[in-house]
Design a protein. Structure first.
Lengths: 338, 287
């Protein structure tokens, strides 16, 4: 009898095969979707990326941040500054935004990692406020009232409005693919095993020799850099930036947390499912305005109290579903031993 | 003289921040809970005082007699019905539940009272002043500061001299053993939250008299309270007062340099202290 360890299941293989036509269909979206639909899909892709990133931070590394809007806004503002003030082409600016996100988040991490648990959460919020107030002081970027992206920069992306909408969509789709790919790769690597161990039991992980601080630091920096990229793309879509919009705790943190909690925190599929549910609800209930937000808050609390692993966690516990080949399974054991 | 004035105003403002912080510090000390909705509960108290004022024609300072017990009841119910279910080893549930609560409160206030800024009219006392040596300072800020000192002294006395305080400390040290000694943990936690929100009620009414407030004003109050707690050192009530004063002075001195720097200066001082003294300026010895 031979034992073998595999991460694949029949479902995950089917899913990965299915993913190919889905991705092709999404790439071809500019030819079959209307302009409004394309914008909505772009927004969904960017929110999904934010949710996947926040989930890696909070669900795996235990770094519950309520201040990721710091990097969304930072990315947006830096993108505007690099293109408008430094005269860079948007495509050249995007990688620099990621790099700058890495560079700025490292010292921030060193500072706020001194706070534990919930105090860490509020510490991240203070950092976001410092970012917001600082960018509001920069008068060349419009100060407190913000600024619009110069038309010639928008034009440098592509000729014609339809072509630009298509480019914006491909950038959003590409960023979502990059984020998902990075997270899957990270979770399958040695770091990922360490992260999963930390998620399940920090004390046990430490006693196995995992350097908790370094692992968390890596995750925080990677997540922040990618969050800055998403921020740049969000405001490339909006074409206008202001401190209140760029560093909005509601838009870039509250919604993202609700998405992850409803979908299932600590699973890779959860944020994806959560984003789809969130947008389905928003498109149908958005007319309710503030009532919609109250309902969202109540749903999140109820899920946290009664099904803390969210919708996907519930499905996984019940049927062992897993779309992405992450956890290892042993096969070849005799049935009765298993 | 202007600088001396900014300094004195900052110290007095620190009293208000200490009131924001005391409730936060109290529940963290007793049950290691950080309430993200704390700022929104402060704002809620101000709105409750506003409603009592409109309905019964009460001066907000008199309305305190009603707002304090109302908030204490809300706190006890909140803890027993919702927050007690989240208490455990995992810090995620309480954090996310209080976060959800914060969003619900903000939007409920928005629906009930609209986004228009409100403020509480306390009458002639708002403009009364007292002379302090070469300076004339407002009577209201002095009263707020005196209240903060009195509240902290009372909490300190309660913690170390009363049966309730003994129950709090016992539960804080070892929940399971406290339970074995006949303390009902759920009830003790409920009382702690009730007391925390009673202090919050004072903070909210003083805030409403001092400045205009709107449903979105809670976030900043939570942050100020939190900064005061961390600057002063976790678990040290007098440290929290000192933390509030340092934050208040940083803000008024920052505003003196440039009005745009007021809030930023407070955050920067907080981050500097976090970098140099991560456990705060006056950490409790047993930590």
């Amino acid at each position: 009898m031979t034992l073998s360890v595999t991460r694949r299941t029949r479902l995950s293989t089917t899913w990965l095969i299915l993913l190919v036509p889905i991705v092709l269909l999404l790439i071809a979206a500019p030819w079959w979707a209307g302009r409004a639909d394309l914008r909505l899909m772009g927004e969904i892709a960017l929110y999904m990326s934010l949710a996947i990133l926040w989930n890696l931070l909070a669900g795996y590394a235990g770094l519950v941040s309520v201040g990721q809007q710091a990097y969304v806004g930072f990315g947006g503002y830096l993108f505007f500054a690099l293109t408008m003030l430094a005269g860079l082409h948007p495509y050249a600016a995007l990688p620099l935004v990621v790099l700058a996100g890495f560079v700025i988040s490292a010292p921030v991490a060193v500072l706020i990692f001194r706070l534990r648990g919930a105090y860490f959460a509020i510490g991240t919020w203070v950092v976001a406020e410092v970012f917001r107030l600082s960018f509001a002081q920069i008068s060349s970027l419009g100060g407190g009232s913000g600024t619009s992206l110069a038309p010639d920069i928008v034009r440098s992306l592509a000729d014609g409005r339809d072509a630009r909408e298509a480019v914006a969509w491909w950038l959003a789709l590409g960023a979502a693919a990059l984020v998902l790919g990075t997270v899957v790769w990270l979770l399958r690597s040695r770091q990922g095993v360490a992260l999963t161990a930390i998620r399940d039991n920090e004390l046990a992980a430490r006693s196995l020799g995992i350097d908790i601080w370094r692992t968390k630091f890596t995750v925080y920096v990677v997540v922040s850099g990618l969050t800055a990229l998403i921020g740049a793309l969000i405001f490339l879509q909006k074409l206008r930036i202001s401190p209140d919009a760029a560093f909005s705790a509601n838009d870039w943190t509250a919604f993202v947390i609700f998405i992850v909690v409803i979908g299932g925190i600590g699973t890779l599929e959860g944020p994806i499912l959560g984003t789809l549910i969130f947008f389905a609800l928003r498109e149908t209930l958005a007319d309710l305005g503030t009532l919609y937000l109250i309902a969202l808050g109540i749903v999140a609390i109820v899920i946290m109290l009664f099904a803390p692993r969210g919708l996907w966690g519930f499905l996984r516990d019940r049927w062992g579903l897993e779309l992405f080949p992450l956890s290892r399974r042993v096969s070849g054991l005799a049935k009765k031993e298993a | 003289m202007d600088w001396l004035n900014a300094l004195v105003q900052g110290v007095l403002l620190g009293g208000l921040y200490a009131l924001f912080a005391a409730g936060l510090s109290l529940i963290f000390g007793v049950m290691r809970l950080v309430n993200i909705a704390h700022g929104d509960l402060i704002v809620l108290s101000a709105y409750i005082a506003l409603s009592f004022g409109v309905a019964l024609g009460l001066n907000p300072l008199v309305a305190l007699l009603l707002v304090v017990p109302t908030m204490a009841l809300i706190g006890y119910a909140l803890q027993r019905l919702i927050l007690n279910r989240t208490m455990g080893e995992d810090i995620l549930p309480p954090l996310l539940v209080t976060f959800g609560l914060s969003v619900i409160l903000q939007n409920a206030l928005l629906m009930g009272y609209s986004a228009d800024p409100q403020n509480l009219q306390a009458g002639a006392i708002e403009t009364a002043s007292v002379t302090l040596g070469p300076l004339a300072v407002g009577l209201m800020p002095v009263m707020v500061f005196a209240t903060a000192v009195a509240v902290i002294a009372a909490l300190q006395w309660m913690f170390y001299r009363t049966a309730l305080g003994r129950a709090f400390r016992a539960t804080s040290d070892r929940q399971d053993v406290a339970q074995l000694m006949g303390l009902n943990r759920a009830h003790v936690f409920g009382l702690a939250m009730a007391l925390s929100l009673a202090v919050t009620a004072l903070a909210g009414v003083f805030l409403g008299i001092r400045t205009a407030f709107d449903p979105a004003a809670g976030g900043a109050r939570l942050i100020f309270g939190f900064e005061a707690v961390i600057i002063g050192g976790l678990g040290n009530l007098w440290g929290t007062l000192a933390g509030g004063v340092i934050l208040g002075v940083a803000q008024t001195v920052g505003a003196k340099i440039d009005p745009g720097y007021q809030i930023l200066a407070g955050h920067v001082v907080f981050l500097i202290i976090l970098a140099l003294r991560p456990r705060g300026l006056f950490p409790r010895i047993d930590g």
